[in-house]
Design a protein around this ligand. Structure first.
Ligand code: AQP
Length: 328
């Protein structure tokens, strides 16, 4: 069975975008792959987080993974920082990476734009190497990720190839899996911008743990256009197209089916149907989330996972250390 690895960083409360673009895919793919899905808490440190909030978000993500249908029998769910080997391998890979190639990472360029050197953490610069370590340490075959992270998976492949050439065959080359077009969810107030959990206002963002009532308000006031035709046309009608993607994703319908369903609908009626779908989804997810939190099962699941991932990672890091010549 091929191996899958992916994670989400706890930089904010998870959004509907994280669910549709990532978690939903993990749940589907666990049927086909030996899956490892983690909370990328070390990656969250590239920006300042209130420690108490960070801890709460880590717990929330774990409970949301389980509530969404990740099955611990099929998916090894873990917290990145609880396995010390990721950071260990990252240092070795950093020493085999170049300033030039990391400077070309578009995420770094975007996130550091307009800031002076004193305001950008070194972690923001090197986190793609930590991501490479997360992937390569498991010999992952596939990495489901958003289009914006594709370049980082390519970096992981380059670092693996460089290491293998220098020290002998050690790492498998991972393949990114990018969800089909339409799996990207945009901000409801600015439908050309990705819906992001670290968005400052949160007005156009639906959080997975927010109340259905508040989510309904956000959908009803989503920015659209004045054309009053419910058609999927992301270039000319980004707001309506975004709502259609949300609707079809949650209702498991095709775009054609949705367009036919709303062929005679005014925007108000359409938005209200999208809001119904989102509220129904949120209420169901939140019910499962509460059951999981109350069951007290999470620590046991993590302990079992840690035993498994530690064995895999220790073996890989020992192999790497042996090859590069460190240790006694
Ligand atoms: N709006 C989105 N639509 C589709 N997929 C999305 N993902 C995030 N937002 C959307 C997917 O969620 C996974 C986890 O991402 P991450 O938390 O590690 O980082 P991110 O992509 O940077 O997510 P955010 O919410 O935008 O975080 P911040 O605001 O902290 O930068 C990825 O697979 C991503 O594609």
């Amino acid at each position: 069975m091929k191996r899958l690895l992916s994670g989400i960083k706890p930089t904010g409360d998870l959004t509907l975008g994280n669910y549709i673009g990532a978690i939903r895919q993990f749940v589907e793919m666990q049927k086909k792959y030996e899956s490892f899905v983690f909370v990328a808490d070390l990656h969250a440190l590239t920006i300042y987080n209130d420690p108490k909030e960070l801890k709460k978000r880590i717990h929330d993500i774990l409970a949301i993974y389980l509530a969404s249908g990740l099955d611990p029998k099929k998916t090894t769910i873990f917290v990145q920082s609880e396995n010390l080997y990721h950071a260990n391998l990252s240092w070795v890979l950093e020493c085999n990476s170049y300033m030039g190639e990391l400077s070309r990472m578009t995420q770094f360029k975007d996130k550091s734009k307009g800031k002076n050197g004193e305001a950008i953490s070194c972690g923001l610069f090197t986190y793609p190497v930590l991501m490479a370590s997360d992937i390569l340490i498991y010999d992952a075959d596939v990495v489901p990720t958003g289009i914006d992270q594709k370049q980082h998976v390519e970096l992981a492949r380059n670092l693996a190839t460089r290491f293998n050439n220098r020290y002998g065959e050690t790492f498998k080359l991972p393949e990114p899996i990018i969800p089909e077009e339409g799996a990207k969810i945009y901000d409801l107030q600015n439908p050309t911008k990705k819906m992001s959990k670290s968005d400052e206002t949160g007005k156009g963002v639906i959080m997975l743990l927010e109340s259905a009532e508040s989510a309904r308000k956000k959908i009803m006031s989503a920015v659209t256009d004045s054309d009053n035709k419910v058609i999927y046309d992301p270039i000319n009608k980004p707001g309506i197209s975004n709502l259609l993607v949300i609707y079809t994703s949650l209702k498991n319908k095709t775009m054609k089916e949705a367009e036919e369903e709303f062929a005679n609908s005014k925007y108000g009626e359409f938005k209200s149907k999208v809001a119904d779908a989102v509220c129904e989804f949120l209420e169901d997810l939140q019910k499962k989330y509460r059951e999981i939190v109350e069951s007290g099962e999470i620590p046991r699941i993590l302990d079992e996972s840690n035993e498994k991932v530690e064995k895999i990672c220790k073996k890989k890091v020992q192999e790497v250390f042996e090859k590069i010549g460190v240790g006694r």
